[in-house]
Design a protein around this ligand. Structure first.
Ligand code: ADP
Length: 400
């Protein structure tokens, strides 16, 4: 049967294991030889024990685990032709001519480069005696298919990426936990979530946890946002929701007088990601941020606006990598299953002339869409965000 290898690359996300499991089992079911490549492209370049044949039972008991059991990595070697040459040799030696890559746009771009370069890599391996002329012929074409694992939901062409739903669960669990202390201590909490250029996590988490205010990268607040925000927070805090008669009375008497059982005011700043320091700038245009230290200032700025104007006891909570942890939600497990199975079917039906595809979620269906078109659109969105052309970014991103 055909040789198919699966690997995870770039940042991990919950649900990757479900995708690995489904791909391996669908491959075995249709009679393919299935391989894991450990540690992403690094394992492909290094070969040896990093490339192992998978059996039906190799993927048992992994669907509930977070992260990726086959490991993920970033790999400098694969960016160079010399690295890709080694990788090609390792694959040919095992009769692997099909790759399932689960990663972000970088990983998918790498796979596409590899595919385009494949025949020239094999020619070099044959001419230097590293593979036989027979093998060069036999393994002349490399097929690839992609799936996107990312908690940010920042990939164009799919309704959801693998991991986003689980990250949302982590965030709203944290919000629920914090709202209890917020109400008990009449505090205002500012929550910072992940998302890089994409405000999806922030927006949906804000809706799902009754946030009073949200800052999104796609919609930088206009000058004077502080006043609007404080007005909103004042309104939210004066709503008679604590149930204590004395407080209700105070709140009804004047909306300007905050009830003291008011906590639970959230502001989300999706601005973590050290790799995307520029993103901070979009939240507070008056405060250009060019380096990491100043980032802290931005956070304190949002908090100090609340403290100075409203006198609320205010704390900043940064959720960080907690969002990428924990077990995958049912949605992400099913999403991984659907996509993993479809990915293998895409490889089986691929011909040397077909365009590489990425598996996307369209409504409730796992479907194939052109890989490079989606990667290019995703990169164009990132560029538009960097250029501070929010409208273009939102238009390009479209449905996803
Ligand atoms: P992500 O896949 O999450 O976007 P990266 O951009 O870090 O993450 O890419 C992951 C890995 O994919 C890189 O470490 C590198 O090995 C490989 N890669 C990315 N871009 C390319 C490229 N243009 N050519 C070859 N390999 C690439």
């Amino acid at each position: 049967g055909m040789g198919i290898a699966i690997f995870t690359s770039g940042g991990d996300s919950q649900g990757m294991n479900a995708a690995v499991r489904a791909a391996v089992r669908m491959g075995l079911y249709v009679g393919a030889r299935m391989y894991f490549i450990r540690e992403g492209y690094q394992g492909m370049v290094d070969g040896g024990d990093n490339i192992v044949e998978a059996e039906w039972s190799s993927v048992s008991g992994i669907i509930h685990k977070g992260g990726t059991v086959i490991g993920s990595a970033r790999c400098k070697d694969f960016r160079e032709r010399a690295g890709r040459l080694k990788a090609a040799k390792n694959l040919v030696e095992r009769g692997i001519t099909n790759l399932v890559v689960i990663g972000g746009d970088g990983s998918l771009t790498g796979a596409n480069c590899f595919r385009q370069e494949w025949s020239s890599l094999l020619a070099e391996l044959a001419s230097t005696g590293q593979i036989s002329a027979d093998d060069q012929q036999k393994y002349a074409h490399l097929n690839i298919v992609g799936m996107v694992g990312s908690i940010d939901n920042d990939f164009c062409g799919t309704d959801m990426t693998i991991g986003t739903d689980s990250a949302l669960h982590r965030i709203i669990e944290a919000c629920d936990a914090i709202s209890a202390t917020a109400y008990s201590h009449q505090r205002c909490f500012i929550m910072e979530v992940m998302g890089r250029h994409c405000g999806y996590l922030a927006l949906v988490a804000a809706l799902a946890s009754e946030a009073s205010w949200v800052l999104l990268p796609e919609e930088p607040p206009p000058a004077g946002w502080q006043t609007t925000m404080c007005d909103k927070l004042r309104m939210a805090s004066s709503a008679p929701r604590c149930g204590r008669p004395d407080h209700r009375q105070a709140a009804e008497q004047t909306t300007a007088l905050p009830c003291h059982c008011t906590g639970g005011l959230f502001i989300y700043l999706p601005l973590v990601a050290a790799e995307c320091v520029e993103a901070d700038y979009v939240f507070i245009p008056e405060w250009p941020v060019v380096n990491w230290e100043k980032k802290l200032v931005v956070k304190l700025h949002a908090a100090s606006v609340v403290v100075d104007n409203l006198g609320f006891d205010t704390r900043v909570t940064v959720l960080g990598h907690v969002q990428r942890g924990g077990s995958p939600s049912a949605f992400d497990r099913i999403l991984g299953c659907r996509m993993g199975a479809e990915a293998v079917l895409a490889l089986i039906e691929a011909t040397p002339d077909t365009e590489a595809s990425v598996i996307s979620l369209d409504g409730n269906q796992a479907v194939r869409v052109p890989l490079m078109a989606c990667v290019k659109k995703t990169q164009a969105v990132a560029k538009a965000m960097e250029d501070k052309n929010w409208q273009l970014a939102v238009e390009l991103r479209g449905r996803s």
